[in-house]
Each structure stands twice: as structure tokens, then as C-alpha cells.
Write a protein that binds this ligand. Structure first.
Ligand SMILES: [Zn+2]
Ligand SMILES: [Zn+2]
Length: 344
């Protein structure tokens, strides 16, 4: 098969690779669409933490955000058939450790991660996956389905934040996860969703996606405005999706006493500042949110019924054969780029 293989930092080639064969509990999927993530760029540039720490190894075929069609199933697979339209999860857990047994398989110590950690991914004609981690997408178009992984991260964060119809929710960041979190919070019935940050075009998109209002990040310097915006209450839930450590200083301004702050952004090792006395005396819950366990079918349903949209997030497309050019383009940080798709 044709595949985009990263052999070492900045050494990647579009070349022939062996087509994987499904084991008895696996399925072989023909990839129809694959989205590029910042993680893929980090793997290409050589600064992704699993690779620098020695946990993950080159060569690797990247790509953990993809959709496709089942073309072969192993002898023990009963839930999938040839021709099924599917997406695959990024985290492939061991199923046996203490975390897996409690349903927290995003934390499995023995996990593989598609296209990242000890497993090839979807920047290829075919990818092989254990069948329990493939999900039917019904009629959802393949391009939108390649956004399910990103969307599931936002849906999981909204679960972690326990958003209910009484809640006022702030979403920090208007990247792909932030924009999907705005929609997920609305889908869960949040009474008010305020998106904070990003360029004007992103804020406009956040409002199109259901934010009651989207404000530039400098609102974080104006306590009174935040209070007025929330009837003096501040927010019940805050979803952090910027990865910018400067925002942690602003948490006391945003979260009400007994509020919940859920953090999805990674800070690249940078340390934020947080007022610990405020955290204690306000009974605030600060929660990390890794990956997207147990929310995939729900996410697909929310996308299929239009409660979470994603087609506007797809701003650029490249053929898979030009994956290297696509990564180089992404590295130049073009302002209008939200998500880029590769088509095999
Ligand atoms: Zn990703
Ligand atoms: Zn495990």
C-alpha cells in the first residue's frame, strides 16, 4: 500500500509499505479521509513528548483522526462487516489493567495510540484496528467523520465538566477543540456559553456554532465585565482549550465557588500560575481531561443529527501524496488554517 512514513525527525516519505493483515479480532479499513493534528506535526518535527521520552519510536505512519470503510475482518469479528463505514479511536488499551477495568482506558499504562505510540495510523491507504475500537458512522460523510476524534475530546471535556441546563459555561480557546466544546456544551443544554479568545473570524464561527457571545481574550482583564455577563455569578463550568499557561491566573475571575474547571490543552511543559488559596476557599474542582474514552458513539450521533457541526472547520485539503508539504504548510502557522484533511 501507499503510506506516509516518518522515519526520523524531518525525514518522511510517501512510499510503499506492507499492507497490514488483520488478526482474528481486528479489521482492515481503507482510509477515505484523514485530518492532520498538531501532534502529527510534532512527530514530524521530532518534539512530540512520547518520542523525546523514548516511549514511542520511529518509523511510524502517523494519523489518529481518520475515517474509512471496512475491507476485511478477522475470524473473530462479529460486529463489523465488509463495506461498513467507520472511524477508529486513537487510544487502544490493554483491557486488563486496573484503569481499563474501571473504564478509564484513556489512562491505560499499556495503551497503544493510533499513529503515535507503538501503532501505525491513518496516513496510508489502509489501517488495521481492533474491532471494539471501530465505530459505525452511518451516513456521516467521511470528511466530517475524520473530525470525530477531535469532537470526542470536546464531548468528553463537557462530560467531565458535568454541564447541565442550569449552567453558564466559558470555553477558553477557539481552536478545533474549543469550537467543538462550544457546540457540545450547547448540546448538553447549557443556558449560556461564552467563547473567549481567538481571531475575529474564529469568534464569528464560535457564535455561528451556538456561543451566546464570543469575546477577545482581553476580556480576562475586566472582572466587572465578566460579572455583568454572568449576572454577577461567574461561570459554573470553564473548559480550558488553549494550552496557554497565562490563562490559569485568570481562573479565579471565571469560575464561581464550587465551579468546575476542565483542562484539555497541553502546555508543552510550561508552568502556569494558580491561586491555590482561592482554589481551596472556593471549593473549585480542577480536572484534567485526557482523550475521549466512552463517548464515541454519542459524539457520532451528535454530529449526525447536526447538533455538532464540523464542516466549517475543514479549511484546507491535500492529497496524501503531499502530506509532507501539508505539514510544512501547517508549520508556517497560516492564520486561516483550522483543520487540514489528507485524502489517500
Ligand atoms: Zn489529534
Ligand atoms: Zn489497560
Amino acid at each position: 500500500m501507499w503510506a506516509f512514513t516518518i522515519h526520523a525527525p524531518l525525514d518522511a516519505r510517501f512510499e510503499q509499505a506492507p499492507t497490514p493483515k488483520p488478526a482474528p479480532q481486528e479489521a482492515l479499513v481503507r482510509v477515505h479521509s484523514a485530518a492532520i493534528c498538531g501532534t502529527d506535526l510534532e512527530i514530524y518535527q521530532g518534539n512530540m513528548v512520547y518520542f523525546t521520552s523514548g516511549a514511542a519510536h520511529y518509523p511510524v505512519i502517523p494519523g489518529h483522526e481518520w475515517s474509512g470503510e471496512v475491507v476485511q475482518v478477522g475470524s473473530d469479528v462479529h460486529s463489523l462487516h465488509i463495506g461498513d463505514r467507520v472511524v477508529g479511536e486513537c487510544t487502544i488499551p490493554c483491557g486488563q489493567c486496573v484503569y481499563c477495568r474501571r473504564g478509564w482506558y484513556n489512562l491505560c499504562a499499556n495503551r497503544r495510540e493510533t499513529g503515535i505510540l507503538n501503532m501505525n495510523g491513518g496516513f496510508a491507504e489502509f489501517v488495521v484496528m481492533p474491532s471494539p475500537f471501530l465505530h459505525h458512522i452511518g451516513e456521516l460523510p467521511y470528511d466530517e467523520a475524520s473530525m470525530v476524534e477531535t469532537t470526542a475530546i470536546a464531548v468528553y471535556a463537557v462530560h467531565q465538566a458535568q454541564v447541565t441546563p442550569g449552567d453558564r459555561v466559558a470555553v477558553l480557546g477557539t481552536g478545533p477543540v474549543g469550537l467543538q466544546a462550544v457546540q457540545a456544551a450547547k448540546a448538553y443544554g447549557a443556558r449560556q456559553v461564552v467563547a473567549i479568545g481567538g481571531r475575529p473570524s474564529r469568534r464569528k464561527l464560535a457564535e455561528q456554532y451556538g456561543a451566546d457571545v464570543a469575546l477577545a481574550a482581553d476580556i480576562l482583564d475586566f472582572t466587572e465585565q465578566i460579572r455583568r455577563l454572568t449576572d454577577g455569578q461567574c461561570f459554573d463550568a470553564v473548559i480550558e482549550a488553549t494550552g496557554n499557561p497565562a490563562v490559569t491566573r485568570k481562573f479565579p475571575l471565571l469560575a464561581r465557588p464550587h465551579g468546575r474547571i476542565v483542562m484539555t490543552g497541553l502546555f508543552g511543559g510550561k508552568i502556569g500560575e494558580l491561586d491555590l488559596d482561592w482554589l481551596v476557599t472556593s471549593n473549585v474542582i480542577l480536572q484534567g481531561s485526557l482523550g475521549s474514552p466512552n463517548v464515541w458513539d454519542e459524539t457520532i450521533n451528535l454530529m449526525a443529527c447536526g447538533k455538532i457541526r464540523s464542516s466549517d472547520l475543514i479549511t484546507h485539503r491535500y492529497p496524501l501524496a503531499q502530506a509532507k508539504q501539508a505539514l510544512q504548510f501547517m508549520a508556517s502557522r497560516p492564520p486561516d488554517l483550522i483543520k487540514m484533511l489528507l485524502t489517500p
